[in-house]
Design a protein around this ligand. Sequence first.
Ligand code: GUN
Ligand code: FE
Length: 425
Amino acid sequence: MGNFILKGNIIFSDADRTLNVYENSYVVCENGISRGVFRIFDDIPSTYRDFELIDKKESLIIPGLVDLHVHAPQYSFRGFNMDEELLDWLNNNTFPEEAKYSNIEYAEKAYSIFADDIKNSFTTRAVIFGTIHKDATLLLMDKMEKSGLISYVGKVNMTRNSPDCLSESIKGSISATEEWLKETEGRFDRTMPILTPRFIPSCDDEMMEWLGQTRKRLGLRVQSHLSENPSEIQWVQELVPASKGYGDAYNINGMLGSKENPAIMAHCVYSDKAERDLLKKCGTFVAHSPESNLNLSSGIAPISLMLKEGINVGLATDIAAGSSISMMKQITLAIQSSKMYWRYIDNNVKPLSFADAFYIATLGGGKFFGKVGSFEDGYEFDALVLDDSAIRTADKVSVVSRIERAAYNEREIKITDKYVKGMAI
Ligand code: GUN
Ligand code: FE
């Protein structure tokens, strides 16, 4: 892991979402932890001053990006079959593809590609859906561990409204989940299990009740989907008539999590005030997936409103409803779709600024992992060193403009170094 100082143009968010820009400055890493950013070498506390100095010259240095919601098995059909809405898209594309992961040789091939590509992307931390298959999910966890990224990975539970090739009995799902949890014990340093009911339509009440109890008993995290699509929301009301809404249908079993042990809910496009209040009370993290929401015509989540209300928000690719593993691309799509929300839906909800979107991609989602997503003293040291020299201009461009430009022109950016908790990967 080591102790070192990186020198370059350093940019990071703080809690009020302002961008801090330190030109030609120094960030100190001690045993995986940031010891802060300094403009002048002599301001570095003397205990750190003899650490190895790595000069990154003109490069941009930013915290690693956190993908709060991504489906590893769907990576194999990224970028095609996008002409349907959620429920048809799941039945016609997603479920047949995920069924293939009962075959461990297929899983080996497909998950090697996913792990390789996410390792080489802007992402340093991820929260990942596997499939219902225990062995393939363990294989995915082994590959994520080897990648050096830090991640949560979930074996999916699906006990109803699913095709025979991708369905479990309640008893079968419980025992497979128990076995999976047992097999993860002591096996990883950087990879954690997370309970993963696909969504309410895929999980019987009894299954959710067991997951809720298991969450509490073992102190586990949860990830799922919430209020993504109008037909889905109506279906949930029919399936759980006693609930006051989709969020409440999870909350009945404690599946929105708690402040100490939060859950992630992807999308929340249609969460009304009552549902947003519930998310805030439970400390739930909203995984905003702007590209996915556009591709499946789901809608646009009012993210700046959620931030204003104090709800935890992170950014996500939601592969394969999102076509790209690039979290930089998601930053720009979050901004662009928020502008359309403001223009077409509610002109009281301000568009996201670049600083807002950079915040949700780093510190916003990083909070799910603890002190992650910033370079302030005490944060875990996740960093990307970016070479943007392929983008040519006649005049010199400021550092703050260069990072914004890097997000919009992400394909022209080279990641020259990547650190996760102080480890170069
Ligand atoms: N809701 C339930 N499953 C899924 C999925 O795989 N992707 C998306 N976008 N939404 C879902
Ligand atoms: Fe999803």
